[in-house]
Design a protein around this ligand. Structure first.
Ligand SMILES: [Zn+2]
Length: 181
């Protein structure tokens, strides 16, 4: 399965590397350190795949799960787990990915996976601590569990992705209506 970047925010896309979180067919796309390096590259966080070790994977998965729980707590208006807050703050203390201008139109992003985590953690802090928090949503199509930012003017978006989840939810609603009719 390929990585998808449809959540409208890098921290939410990281959380989205686990799919169908609460279903039996839950899957995790960060299967090994190389997959993590590829994710960082495809997310546009760095321009060359950084070296990846098992401990990078473990640290990134821990950050990912903390972000997921913090976002869910925010959506459900529940108190955040202090351990999750601490973990995200600690990850954000490190130096983020460096951006260098080589000339007009030539921006280079360099950093290791620790820097990648710092960049994601900083973005997560801006998200959870700022006004965009009000746009956080979880996809309404079962079994999808994807988090996304609803930037629609009326805040009426219900699915992470119209083509897949939106159509699936509409088809399921149609079947339900006709099964009871
Ligand atoms: Zn979805």
């Amino acid at each position: 399965m390929r990585f998808r970047f449809i959540s409208g925010h890098v921290a939410l896309d990281l959380a989205g590397t686990v799919g169908h979180r609460h279903a039996e067919d839950r899957y995790d796309l960060l299967t090994d350190p190389e997959a993590l390096a590829r994710w960082a590259l495809e997310a546009g966080l760095v321009d060359t795949a950084p070296p990846a070790e098992a401990r990078d994977l473990a640290a990134t998965v821990a950050l990912r799960e903390a972000i997921y729980r913090l976002v869910m707590a925010s959506i459900q208006r529940e108190p955040a787990d202090p351990g999750d807050v601490e973990l995200v703050n600690a990850a954000a203390e490190n130096a983020p990915v460096a951006v260098t201008l080589r000339g007009p139109g030539e921006l280079v992003r360099t950093g290791d996976l620790r820097a990648v985590r710092a960049t994601v953690a900083r973005a997560a802090i801006e998200l959870l601590g700022g006004p965009a928090r009000g746009q956080l949503k979880r996809c309404g199509a079962s079994p999808c569990s994807r988090l996304y930012l609803d930037a629609s003017r009326r805040g009426s978006r219900r699915w992470c992705d119209m083509r897949e989840c939106g159509n699936r939810a509409k088809a399921a609603a149609y079947r339900r209506r006709h099964a009871t009719a």
